[in-house]
Design a protein around this ligand. Structure first.
Ligand SMILES: NC(=O)c1ccc[n+]([C@@H]2O[C@H](COP(=O)([O-])OP(=O)(O)OC[C@H]3O[C@@H](n4cnc5c(N)ncnc54)[C@H](OP(=O)(O)O)[C@@H]3O)[C@@H](O)[C@H]2O)c1
Length: 289
């Protein structure tokens, strides 16, 4: 299989590239400014449509996994035009190019399409994003309706990617240095290990599954509980984790309070099941050591 991953330098895309190479696929890793380590690097600017059309026309992939996005939620709130160009128009260009070249597409979407008033959302639940990032990702879904839409939630993994550390690595670094952290107790999520997510997405691509799927971790926790679980599995001092509340944080964009995803459909349909949190953290520990 010839696979083109947009966002190949990102937290998710880089792990998809690694696993796809292990499976013997021909992998092209799209990036904007951080050259990917796995797969054939392909420079791509989603903000300029010709760039994506040209790249896909040259590669002629069997499958495109569209993982790239402007993911900085506060930046999307401020730089709305750029967020729209990359997340909405960029996704539309990718979907059109996929149709034209006969490629199957998996669009990676987000729990932030929901308002977070209820939690444990299923695929057909009503969407109602509370910030601009969520709005752009939802509009991106519109262009990809005839393909696979994989919504996920708070991704973490063993390595920094796209020039950033993820929540788990940030927390471990702080606790290892003996520094205290404040983590919110009133925001609920289904955190997702990138390895598990990459395998679920590859299965969707291999089986050409269409429609919306919630691909996330199988355990709903508060961010505070998530932090404490990480500390426990990695033998770090959880007394350094102090509780705080969402309204104490100076975010620019509003965040959903409970954007946890119900993954029953994935549990029923996929061979690669969503991991519970304890299993995911055990796998993470093996990957880090
Ligand atoms: N991380 C989460 O917790 C989370 C939760 C729910 C959903 N998601 C969704 O999951 C997907 C993957 O997220 P992630 O955490 O892996 O993202 P990430 O680590 O922030 O990486 C973003 C990727 O997009 C690329 N990119 C950004 N702007 C671009 C542009 N103008 N043209 C081409 N490529 C561009 C980046 O390239 P460079 O590195 O070269 O800049 C990078 O490869 C995204 O679609 C995101 O919306 C993420």
């Amino acid at each position: 299989m010839r696979l083109f991953i947009t966002g190949g330098s990102g937290l998710l895309g880089s792990r998809i590239a690694e696993i796809a190479l292990e499976r013997g696929y021909e992998v092209y890793s799209g990036y904007s400014s951080h050259k990917p380590e796995s797969g054939e690097p392909v420079k791509l600017d989603l903000a300029s449509p010709e760039s994506a059309v040209k790249v896909i026309g040259e590669i002629m992939p069997d499958v495109i996994i569209h993982s790239a996005a402007l993911t900085d939620v506060d930046r999307c709130e401020v730089e709305r035009e750029l967020a729209y160009r990359i997340n909405v128009e960029g996704s539309d260009v990718i979907a059109r190019a996929a149709r034209r070249s006969g490629a199957f597409l998996v669009y990676v979407s987000t729990d932030y399409v929901f308002d977070g008033e209820r939690g444990m959302y299923r695929e057909n639940d009503e969407t109602n994003p509370v910030n601009y990032y969520g709005r752009t990702k939802l509009l991106g879904e519109e262009s990809c309706r005839d393909f696979c839409i994989a919504r996920t939630c708070v991704i973490y993994g063993a390595k920094p990617a796209s020039g950033k550390v993820n929540f788990a690595l940030w927390l471990m670094d702080k606790l290892e240095k003996g520094e205290s952290v404040r983590v919110v107790t009133d925001q609920f999520i289904t955190p997702t290990l990138n390895t598990n997510l990459a395998r679920m997405i590859l299965e969707c691509a291999e089986r050409r599954l269409r429609g919306i799927l919630h691909l996330a971790g199988a355990t709903r926790v508060s961010r505070f509980e998530f932090a404490r679980e990480i500390a426990e599995v990695f033998g770090l001092d959880d007394n350094l984790i102090a509780p705080s509340k969402m309204d104490e944080i100076n975010w620019i964009a509003r965040r959903p309070r409970d954007s946890s995803l119900d993954v029953s459909k994935a549990e029923e349909q996929l061979k690669e099941k969503p991991y519970g949190l304890k299993k995911a953290l055990r796998v993470l520990k093996e990957e880090i050591v």
